[in-house]
Ligand binder design. Sequence first.
Ligand SMILES: Nc1nc2c(ncn2[C@@H]2O[C@H](COP(=O)(O)OP(=O)(O)OP(=O)(O)O)[C@@H](O)[C@H]2O)c(=O)[nH]1
Ligand SMILES: [Mg+2]
Length: 267
Amino acid sequence: MRSSLTPLGPPVSRDRIITSFPKWYTPDACLQLKEHFHGQVSSTCQSRNTGTVGLRLSKVVVVGDLYVGKTSLIHRFCKNVFDRDYKATIGVDFEIERFEIAGIPYSLQIWDTAGQEKFKCIASAYYRGAQVIITAFDLTDVQTLEHTRQWLEDALRENEPGSCFVFLVGTKKDLLSGAACEQAEVEAVRLASEMRAEYWSVSAKTGENVKAFFSRVAALAFEQSILQDLERRSSAQLQVGDGDLIRMEESPPETQESKTSSSLGCC
Ligand SMILES: Nc1nc2c(ncn2[C@@H]2O[C@H](COP(=O)(O)OP(=O)(O)OP(=O)(O)O)[C@@H](O)[C@H]2O)c(=O)[nH]1
Ligand SMILES: [Mg+2]
C-alpha cells in the first residue's frame, strides 16, 4: 500500500521499498548492530506522524581518490548501468534517489565528487550539510585506502562535529579472489573502526552489495532524520510550555532583562 504522505510523482520502484532494517556488512565495523528500527521511529511511522521528514532530501557526499569507482558505484545503484570506460568527474554531479521506508517517503540526494586534485576545490564546496559521507577506495590499490583519512577529514571539516554518518567503501570487489578480498578487508576494517565508519565491500561491475549498501545508508539516515525531528518537535513544545524560554529567544539582548523581570513580576 502506498503511503498517504507520498509526494506527487510516480511511485517509488519496488526495490526502493524498505520495510525491515537492512543489515550491516560486517559486525566488526558497523555503525549499529541492531536489526530493527528504533521503537520510537516505528511507532512514529505507523502513526504517520513523521513531520517534514518525507518531504526533505538528505544529502550524501561520496569522496575518494580519482579512478576508485565513485561514479560507477552511484550509476550502478541509480541507473543500474556499468561503464568500463573511465570518464573523470569534473567538479560534482548528483542523483536523487527516492525510497519508501517503513511506509514513509524518503529521498537521498547523492553527490558524486571529483577525485582529481585540480577539481578538489570545486568539489569541496559541496561537502557542507552532508548527513552521510561515503569515503571510497579501490580494494586493489592500498594507496587509495591510505588517502581516505584525508578525504574524510576534509569532508568533516565542512560539517558540524558528530552530525554525519561515515561509511568506508572498498570498490571493485570483482577484481579480487575471496581470499585476497578478505586480506584487503582486514586493514580496511581496522581503519573504518578508527574513523568511526561502517565498512562495506562492493562491486559496481557485478552489482554485488550495491543495493544492500545504499539501503543501509538510506535506513540509517532516515532513522536519524526521524529521531532529530522528534527531538526538535519535543523541544519546541517544551519552549511553548515555558514562557521564559520563548521570551529569551525572541528578545534582543538589551531588552531581555526588562522583559524577563516584567514576566517574573506578573507571575
Ligand atoms: N572491474 C571493475 N572496474 C570498476 C568498478 N568500478 C569502477 N570501475 C572502473 O574504474 C574506472 C574508474 O571508475 P569511475 O567510477 O569513473 O571512478 P571515479 O572515482 O568516479 O573517478 P573520478 O571521477 O576521476 O574521481 C572506470 O574505468 C570503471 O569502469 C568495479 O566495481 N569493478
Ligand atoms: Mg567520477
